[in-house]
Design a protein around this ligand. Structure first.
Ligand SMILES: [Zn+2]
Ligand SMILES: [Zn+2]
Length: 254
């Protein structure tokens, strides 16, 4: 049997377990002992070193996303080191630092997967939602959906890149913004605060619109040329805009 005799075999671990969704004020996460999960075929066991907290985790914990597995260990911005390979898992050696994101696995066969758009897969599974996630000492992941993390990042700096970073970077690429271009960001949460740093590195000017004064201040600290309220008109014509805010009224209708 794969993994038999390894250090983690048959051991318990600490994890934050959600038995049933409830308002966060009622402390629905239970810090408790559970069995260390076993990596199956093509999977790896990762020892968690850091796990970011995303708003989606809050949606899972409070039940805004209907429960898909119960109980569940949330958390999908995971940085850890490979502890053990399951059968037929060869991509990483033990001790390599890796990242695990929201997309746990796809079916690989639907029309989206075959077109290279697996983020739109018809039958996906999600880390910390449909399978156990990273609020634990160990987590299991499909090796095909695990990212090597380059040296030079602290664990806690790499972790947010695995959700907010992915969303922010994808949005930036789709925006087509170029060096010297003027980019508008609507909403300034986790994804935007990563995207602005990349956009500035690319040499773009950033104009950030958000209703939250603290977020406006953060945008300025991160190099925004201008900040304003959600409905304030930026002082220049923008070349591209990314709307991170979940506010339908600022989505232009065609
Ligand atoms: Zn997330
Ligand atoms: Zn698919």
């Amino acid at each position: 049997m794969p993994g038999q005799g390894s250090a983690s075999w048959g051991k318990g671990m600490k994890a934050c377990l959600l038995q049933a969704p409830a308002p966060i004020e009622t402390n629905p996460l239970n810090f408790t002992d559970v069995a260390v999960p076993r990596p199956g075929r093509g999977e790896i066991l990762v020892r968690v070193r850091a796990c970011g907290v995303c708003r989606t985790d809050l949606h899972v914990v409070e039940g805004e996303l209907p429960p898909r597995k119960s109980p569940i260990i949330p958390g999908h911005q995971i940085v850890g080191v490979v502890e053990e390979n399951g059968a037929d898992a060869h991509r990483f050696s033990k001790g390599v630092r890796v990242g695990i994101a929201w997309l746990h696995r796809t079916d690989g066969t639907c029309e989206y997967c075959r077109a290279g758009a697996e983020n739109l897969c018809d039958h996906p599974s999600f880390t910390g939602y449909t399978v156990d996630g990273g609020y634990a000492e160990y987590v299991v992941a499909d090796e095909d959906f695990v990212y090597p993390i380059p040296a030079g990042f602290a664990d806690e700096h790499a972790a947010p890149l695995l959700c907010a970073g992915i969303i922010g970077f994808r949005s930036l690429r789709l925006s087509g913004i170029k060096e010297g271009g003027r980019l508008g960001l609507y909403g300034f949460g986790a994804a935007a605060h990563v995207a602005i740093q990349v956009a500035r590195h690319w040499g773009a000017e950033v104009y950030a619109s958000t209703r939250d004064a603290r977020h406006q201040q953060l945008a300025l600290e991160l190099g925004a040329k201008w900040t304003g309220d959600t409905f304030a008109e930026p002082p220049v014509k923008l070349d591209a805009v990314i709307i991170f805010a979940p506010a339908g009224e600022i989505v232009p209708s065609i």
